[in-house]
Design a protein around this ligand. Structure first.
Ligand SMILES: [Zn+2]
Ligand SMILES: [Zn+2]
Length: 455
């Protein structure tokens, strides 16, 4: 890329990075690759415009009305048979899932999924297209909204992939099933679609593919983890109950603030003292709320927990230990039997571990290496992050692959590596994927894998 003379001019560089054309200089390796890349480049300006629009209009989980409609519109134009509003949540509300089918003769069914939702984050990137959006959350509170996880990159990449595949129907056979999945961030969107009889109303796929942009990889590169890639995520609530009293007379009550503090500290010993060092596990208390005034001992404190693990026995051990510790600390504090803590596992917000099927990984890596160059396809270690994409693969029953797409300007990435500075991660108000180059790589990589599977 350094020999490409265009990159010498700084203003041109910024524009090129935005539209992803700089990567062209490295991507002329072979005729077939050049053909896919040239198509991606042709689509890129309109895909970036589409992305920018999504970025300016992010929508929270459960409320992806506009995003879903925009995606449906794009796919319908290409000749897909599009069904909207697929999905139902446990409380009865409809979800904004999209299923788009393109049948092209006999052959396997490949599902390609993009998530649709954004996060309650106030964007601080300072970009000209930074989100200023605000909307009401599930609780009815108005909050800032930002595509801080880059799901807008995924939607734009899905549209680009759909365009390239729709234009190459002579090169594949089978059924293409594109899914716009709502509510990934609340990890109840995939489940909502399954509960709406996803695989009875539409074909059960032979392969499932998804991509996620990545804040720790330069643009132009993709990363793949073979086997377990993302951890199980379990959500729990603890309502710590005490007995309220005047702040000056603690002896008249049972202080749930002190009890909650003891529980939070004791929870830290589960992973450090109870789990095998060879079994990865995380227990995080993400929120703690209690009390209304400084001189009142409240009668309850609420804790919201998130657990990560890779196996069911470890998950069960964490849950059991949390129940035991909550109750044990309450007994130690002298809380009466009828005021023991209420501990709940939120089963509707459970994400299974995401398992990238090794044979599918090998095949996809080979296809992507041909399309992007072997030096641009990297193996990545597994992480404790979570995804509900595994739900769509019926928890490992169907061959599933999610790969990463580098989202950081290569020069910025190299500088951060050299200086040891951390780059803004997904979910940060400063996370700013380079749109063009990231979408370009996503489109080429995903198209090459689908073409290989449906060859
Ligand atoms: Zn996220
Ligand atoms: Zn995400």
């Amino acid at each position: 890329m350094r020999t490409c003379h265009i990159r010498a001019r700084q203003r041109a560089l910024a524009a090129l990075a935005f539209f992803g054309l700089a990567a062209l200089c490295a991507g002329r390796a072979s005729a077939q690759n050049a053909e896919l890349a040239a198509s991606a480049d042709k689509e890129l300006p309109s895909l970036v415009a589409f992305y920018t629009d999504l970025h300016l209009h992010p929508e929270l989980s459960h409320f992806e009305v506009r995003t879903a409609a925009k995606l449906a519109q794009e796919l319908r134009v290409l000749g897909f048979e599009v069904t909207e509003n697929v999905g139902r949540y446990p409380w009865g509300a409809g979800a904004h899932g999209i299923v788009a089918i393109m049948k092209n003769g006999p052959g396997p069914t490949v599902l390609v999924r993009s998530d649709l939702d954004a996060l309650p984050v106030e964007e601080k990137t300072g970009l000209p297209y930074a989100s200023k959006a605000r909307m009401k959350n599930d609780a009815g509170q108005e909050v800032p909204v930002m595509h801080a996880c880059g799901h807008d990159v995924h939607v734009a990449s899905l549209v680009g992939t759909a365009r390239l595949l729709a234009a190459r129907k002579d090169r594949w056979h089978g059924t293409l099933m594109l899914v716009g999945q709502p509510s990934e961030e609340t990890i109840d969107g995939a489940l909502a679609m399954l509960n709406d009889r996803l695989y009875e109303r539409f074909p059960k796929p032979d392969y499932l593919l998804a991509l996620h942009d990545y804040s720790n990889q330069p643009t132009g590169k993709v990363g793949v983890t073979s086997g377990f890639a993302f951890a199980m995520s379990t959500q729990m609530d603890i309502v710590v109950r005490g007995i309220g009293a005047h702040g000056s007379q603690p002896n008249k009550g049972k202080d749930p603030v002190v009890l909650a503090a003891a529980i939070v500290m004791r929870l830290q010993t589960i992973v450090s003292r109870e789990m095998s060092p060879f079994d990865p596990a995380v227990v995080t208390v993400g929120t703690i709320h209690g009390g209304l005034k400084r001189n009142i001992i409240p009668d309850e404190v609420k804790l919201e927990l998130n657990l990560r693990s890779y196996t069911e026995p470890v998950r069960q051990h964490l849950i059991d230990a949390i129940r035991r510790i909550a109750k044990g600390e309450a007994i130690a504090a002298g809380v009466p039997e009828e005021r023991m803590p209420i501990v709940t596992v939120l089963e509707n917000e459970y994400a299974p571990a995401l398992y990238n099927e090794p044979a599918l990984v090998e095949r996809a890596m080979a296809a992507m290496a041909k399309a992007l160059g072997a030096q641009n396809v990297e193996k990545l270690p597994s992480v404790m992050g979570s995804e509900d994409f595994g739900q769509l693969g019926l928890n490992g029953q169907l061959p599933t692959l999610m790969f990463r797409v580098g989202a950081v300007d290569p020069a910025r990435f190299a500088a951060a590596q050299a200086s040891g500075t951390a780059l803004p991660t997904e979910h940060s108000p400063l996370f700013a994927p380079v749109p063009g180059a990231t979408i370009r790589t996503g489109v080429i990589a995903m198209t090459s894998v689908v073409l290989d599977l449906l060859h």
